[in-house]
Design a protein around this ligand. Structure first.
Ligand code: PRX
Length: 686
């Protein structure tokens, strides 16, 4: 267990103090979808998993399931086995008889002079079915195939996801801010047959040429002997192809023309077994390679539908806006599958939140009548910094405000509550991960008191606890931090890691197996947390080598291997550095090989290599060249010391280092380098 990263009691004390609890507004509680504890009681683990039937009942099944849970091969849990269903039918078809004209997405282009596009469920159905037909008839895709989607925040992205789901094709969405090379890695790992992309899109007023990045992905695939059968390109504006990169034949196609050739608006959905795969979402983890979190159909959909209803309190009459990108798990679960399965109306916004100015979110919310807003602490901090009084000037009517992705400090929480929510909206801090499919910890908004800075108690059906370095459970109110673990399976947990079952068990279940006995399988989140006497958890951050930048997970090993790919770099180590807006930014330490004559030239080359390998989101705040990195006698780089020195803290005991003199050198280099690097911008793609 990586216990050197679990904070000590002293370290916890420098975090914010326990905040008083605040009851949800009575107006909210009166209309909330969960108004009593019956759900929670029914889902108490002492009754077994049977009560999760209520979650499965939120879905439309083609064939009923045989039982609720097959736990015969832990940790590979299978939910609702024998049941058959199709995700796109659940997201679209079942709403058509009664709500075909209801808006599924109000699509707001970044360019404010462009009109908002109102996509009804009937229109969504038409687009999804036509694309599914094309993929089936022209490209012969069949259930179980993989397709990579490299698309921005436009309706074509949910359309493409649902077209895949209609055929039982497993989609793998790559965040459009990632580099072409990162997309290439994911195409190869998932063995995708097709890549679907767009000519480009608008971000911060600039045209981003996505097709050109997709070309890099194709080149990368080719160099690794992976032959894509097709590159399909949507046009951001139909019939106005804008990329600098031409469409090359054979193998590359403009989708506008192909889709216009499809004459039918219906494609028969392929019924899937509950545990057939729905999608792969790559996430950074404990080794260099991003891992494909592989989610199933019935369990995942039931979990996201239930949490969207019970935690976000989403109702068909709401206007709901989640500002995350669909290229991350939040968008999959809470822009696409959860809201659509419930037949809700969402806002889909293409661009930067503060484009062209910090009032844009409030203008959109006022204009469209947004009732539920869902965003990250990074976005809240950025908007507050730009103008803390601005939201008050707009007649917004939020009833629920959600935050996700990183710990939110009480000061930011209070601004969200008072200035954005006018104290009338309830705040929900939702803690979860790509792997968990949906929320794990959060307050039930109509019932539980809010506590700024604490995500809250475990949701109904979730049994959470913290564990010390020996694997022993720490009691609530101990004042100590431990590793957060989840004791029983729940329907949203991923099926496994794509192509790597061993890694799934090793990464998530081995760490907490130790003290618990061999018949217990406890899911390890790799987050440190405290557990208060009132049962609320406060998340302190990752204990592995994941760095959470603006709520996005980056693997330090991935950045380090990109740095090491630059000729002349001898060693590289990445540590998180606190940032007032993004929570943390990566600081990259390097040392040069002795033969290098102009070591300073390595600094820009390394920064560039990281951006090319991963994307601008991973751009180091600074690349710091030192002559030697602090190491143990066995040669292990001491990231803990780098982290402390970068923050201006005491390095602690350095006597066991092979090179204790390196610490003062590192301190000098940090001082010089950070003085030259002011706070970075808050755009994850710049
Ligand atoms: O460290 C936790 C942090 O984000 C990590 C998961 O990142 P990802 O898989 O990209 O999913 C992000 C969207 C759920 C966690 O291990 N995290 C997520 N939500 C919170 C959080 N940290 C504190 N508070 C949260 N509400």
């Amino acid at each position: 267990m990586p216990t050197d990263l679990v904070p000590s009691a002293d370290e916890i004390a420098v975090h914010w103090r326990e905040e008083p609890r605040i009851d949800p507004p009575t107006d909210f509680s009166r209309q909330a979808q969960v108004r009593d504890r019956s759900l929670q009681e029914a889902l108490d683990p002492s009754h077994g998993p049977e009560a999760f039937r209520a979650y499965a009942d939120l879905l439309t099944w083609d064939r009923p399931y045989d039982r609720v849970l097959d736990a015969s091969q832990p940790p590979f849990y299978r939910w609702f086995p024998g049941g058959q269903l199709n995700a796109s039918v659940n997201a679209i078809d079942r709403h058509l008889p009664d709500a075909a004209d209801r808006i599924a997405y109000h699509f707001v282009p970044e360019d404010e002079s462009a009109p908002v596009e109102h996509v009804s469920y009937a229109e969504l159905s038409r687009r999804v079915n036509r694309l599914a037909r094309l993929l089936q008839d022209r490209f012969a895709l069949v259930a179980g195939d993989r397709v990579t989607l490299y698309l921005p925040m436009v309706p074509e992205l949910p359309v493409a996801m649902l077209a895949c789901a209609r055929l039982g094709v497993i989609h793998s969405v790559v965040f459009s801010g990632f580099s072409g090379k990162a997309a290439g890695d994911r195409i190869v790992d998932s063995n995708s047959r097709l890549l679907i992309t767009m000519d480009g899109y608008s971000r911060g007023g600039q045209w981003v040429d996505l097709k050109a990045k997709a070309d890099q992905a194709v080149v990368d695939c080719r160099s690794r002997n992976h032959r894509l059968e097709g590159l399909l390109v949507f046009e951001r504006t139909p019939h106005h192809y804008r990329s600098e990169s031409p469409i090359r034949t054979p193998g590359e196609f403009i989708l506008t023309d192909l889709l216009e050739g499809i004459s039918q608006d219906f494609c028969k959905p392929v019924s899937r077994e509950s545990n057939d795969g729905l999608f792969i979402m790559y996430s950074s983890g404990t080794t260099g390679r991003p891992k494909g979190c592989f989610h199933g159909t019935g369990g995942y959909l039931s979990w996201v539908a239930a949490t969207t209803r019970y935690v976000l309190d989403l109702k068909p009459q709401d206007i709901y806006w989640c500002m995350a990108d669909i290229g991350w798990i939040t968008g999959h679960s809470y822009i696409v599958y959860g809201p659509l399965v419930l037949g809700a109306t969402s806002v889909l916004y293409e661009g930067l939140p503060h484009w062209p100015d910090a009032a844009r979110p409030w203008r959109i919310s006022e204009h469209l009548g947004v009732t539920i807003l869902h965003t990250s602490p990074t976005a809240i901090r950025a908007l507050r910094r730009l103008d803390p009084d601005l939201p008050q000037r707009y007649a917004t009517a939020f009833r629920l405000l959600c935050t996700v992705g990183e710990p939110i400090e009480p000061e930011t929480w209070h601004w969200y509550h008072e200035t954005v929510g006018h104290r009338r909206a309830v705040i929900v801090d939702t803690y979860w991960q790509t792997e968990t499919g949906g929320h794990l910890l959060a307050t039930l908004p109509g019932l539980d008191a809010m506590k700024p800075g604490s995500a809250g108690p475990p949701l109904p059906g979730i049994t959470a606890a913290i564990y010390d370095e020996t694997g022993r459970k720490l009691p609530p109110g101990s004042g100590r931090a431990g590793l957060l673990g989840i004791e029983h399976p729940w329907p949203g947990l991923m099926l496994g890691i794509w192509n790597d079952p061993d890694r799934f068990r090793k990464t998530y279940f081995d760490p907490l197996q130790k003290g618990a006995g061999s018949d217990r399988w406890i899911y390890c989140t790799h987050d440190a947390a405290t557990w208060s006497a009132d049962g609320y958890f406060r998340i302190l951050g990752r204990t592995d080598d994941v760095i959470n930048v603006a709520g996005h997970r980056l693997g330090s090993k991935e950045m380090e291997s990109a740095a090491l790919s630059v000729a002349g770099v001898a060693e590289a180590a990445v540590v998180p550095y606190p940032d007032p807006v993004k929570g943390a930014v990566p600081l990259l330490f390097i040392s040069a090989q002795a033969i290098v004559s102009h070591a300073n030239d390595l600094v820009p080359a390394v920064a560039q290599a990281v951006v090319e390998a991963i994307g601008p989101i991973a751009r180091p705040h600074a690349v710091i060249l030192v002559s030697d990195l602090p190491k143990t006698r066995s040669g292990k780089i001491m990231r803990r010391i780098l982290r402390a020195v970068a923050r201006g803290e005491e390095a602690g005991d350095v006597t066991t280092l092979a090179n204790p003199e390196s610490v003062s050198q590192v301190r000098d280099a940090v001082g010089k380098s950070l003085a030259a690097h002011p706070t970075p911008t808050s755009d994850e793609r710049s």
